[in-house]
Design a protein. Sequence first.
Lengths: 558, 331
Amino acid sequence: MSAADTSSPSSRLFEADRLFGIVLVAATALLLVVFVLVPLWAILKNSFVTPEGIGLGNFIRYFTDARFLGIVGNTFEVGISVSLTTLVLAYGYAYAIQRTCMPLRPVLRIVALLPVFSPSLVQALGLQFLLGRNGLINRTFGTEIDIYGFWGIYIADVVYAFPHAFLILSAALAVADARLYESAESLGAGPWRIFRTVTLPGTRYGLASAAFVVFTIVITDFGNPVVIGGNYSVLAVEIYNQVSGQANFAMGAVIGVLLLLPAALAVTGEKWIARRQFASLTSQSVPLKPQPSAGRDTAWFVYSLIVAACILSLVAIVIYASFVRLWPYNLSLSLRHYQFDVQNGIEPLWTSIKVAIVTALLSVVFVTGAAYANHAYPNRASRFLYFLAILPAAVPGMVLGLGYILAFNTPGQPVYWIYDTILIIAFCNLYHYHAQGFLLATTNIKQISTTFDEASSTLGATRVKTVWRIILPMIWPTVLGVGVFYFMRAMVTLSAVIFLITPSTQLAAVSVLYLDDRGALNQAAAFAVCIMATVVAFLLVAQLVLRLAGVRGVSLVR
Amino acid sequence: MFLSLKGVTKRFGEVVAVDHVDLDLSEGEFVCFLGPSGCGKTTLLRLVAGLETLDEGEIRLEGHDLAALPARMRNFGVVFQSYSLFPNMTVARNVAYGLECRKWDRSRISERVAEMLDVVHLGKDAGKHPHELSGGMQQRVALARALAPEPSVLLLDEPLSALDAKVRESLRGEIRELQQRLGITTIMVTHDQDEAMEMADRIVVMNGGRIEQVGTAEDLYWSPQTRFVGEFIGRLNILDTPALRAGIDTPSDGAVLAIRPEHVALSESGALEGTVQRVAFLGNTMRLGVETGGQDVEIEVHGRRRRLQVGDTVRYDFPADRVCRLAATPA
């Protein structure tokens, strides 16, 4: 196929369309190399830097230290146990919503997604209020439950990972071929046999995909373990302690590499599975419509209410705690925690909003640009581009953030000037979540028939004109969706940016962490509520824009 | 020659989609590329349009080589099979699009748009969006859009195959009439032989990336040169058994003898005799399957009153001037 490329005369090299393509692909590739490959390389390089020169010393030291080995064990313990629990719970929940006729399904769906609207440490914060030493349960019942440690992380991360698993499983359960179910039934299969032989196999790819995604999210999560982990340390917290606590960048880099490996494996597994997912439904399939069944619907409704109550309780108690005078001693309501008279005051929230807006704007240009470049110019270069574009899925936020300091915090570096500005944070967010945004845009661009491109060019339009007049007007809801996705992530992310903030660029999610660390739990809660409120408000505005423009079928929460 | 193709070749990996095609079109001619799916006809059209790049050969328009010209600079109007109207624009904006790309004056654009929409009888639908129109109307807008910038060649890629049979019939006539009125050189790709025979001045029958035969509908029907053309256009009996070839010179060059079902003459005094195996009554015609000497011969009879029954014996002849010699087609 490349024969066509090489045989075309060189005079066409500077023809407008070719030039546009070359510039688009080159610019996208350059940005990806600078903001993904270079930081990763910096991590890898630094992990081999020892006082005695380049060598394996750091790794040897690491793997001969029993404490470090314990941390690796802890990380996997949490990763595996949380993944299994989340999968089971989320599968049931998604099944209840997609396959039964129980009431309140739209509401329950939104409740399941709530944890996405807040930084990952908010679940742990809520858990502190609920089950901590001075928590609601211990105070009310006089019990002495100690939630700090494994169980704290376990519960907080199950709630944190729940919406991610739910979204994937819900999509997997949403499509089904009614003919299969009718055949099974007419052959005399009971409900349990149908579930085992039809439903479960039909969603096995979704299950595997969700398992990998949840595992990656959990082992790389920083917010919940740092708040509620106590002495039970995991890799993500350890990397923070090494770098921020002891300025031990080499050791941070070693842990970064260790964290990169399982995440990379999980992501590779997920992509491998996602690729064989498609053929399961054909155009002749008859969509399955759940039929009402009182007993089954009631059972699932009760189950869903219990799960939803658990998720809601963690959010609700944070909101409640933000309004009480002094948790747990004085429970009279007050707005004093919203005055933010400590630290930088409310400033970090504004910084966060600014960062989120900048991230969203950058994503609209660069992520959509990357998706279009990859789609419109299929050749070897763009296959490499595709690889770079989805590579960040395998890079934990902490690792990317550390890579950014290691790579860019050197005077004389071409991009040193973005250090200590909100731009470095915005770029870090942009590339941290690049894979998701890119795939979102790509899926949509692919659905647009190439005939539009061709019709436009035979009518005399240049590529630029085609993009501007035809492609963008068709994909703008998705472009908006990408922007909203990035805004939300930028508002709540903690892991990637924890290393990049400076006193002048402190972020709201980090403020919650600092306030919590300091014991100012009520103020931490108030700050968290502000973040959630901002995200929800932004989401509502975006939804309103879509509604007013008459666009349907674009889901903004991912 | 107005448009001339020489040695045009296109490969997709190992597959040769278009294999050394030579073809000349004169100005104002309507040519159809006809063939089964996968024969390379659409690829050939896309090569002419500039939507694919040539691997070998050249395409010239009035003597100028088009190789260096990308699609948008060729000034060819293209109509695609379906869904090629920009859904975000009104009908009028769609038609104006090519003119805007050519930087026409605003007033000239609106004049031309109105004119083109009148030509396709959609003047009153100018403000509608494509999804508000039927398939046939959409394709007429696509035609107006392609013709508005006064292209030197009109290229139609299976423009009717996504439409209902009724709409297809009426559009055939409409497109042909419009093409003749404007005198625009036109290439249409189709897999429907009726469509090709009704509309085209000349038909290019393609198979396996090569041209099998070029000619008018009559040429192809009365004197197909290859077995493929004969079988693709109309129906054909290949005379395999010696019994059937009695009295006809058997070609020695590997060619086959064939006759169309409607050319077989039933008569009491016919030289050949067979047993009726199948009878299909199709109104004004009757199609018989007759077995003679171990071979099935299809015979079409027009206007016969008495219905033949399965098992009847019939006698028939192969009129010598109706038997054609066809080159065996390379697989």
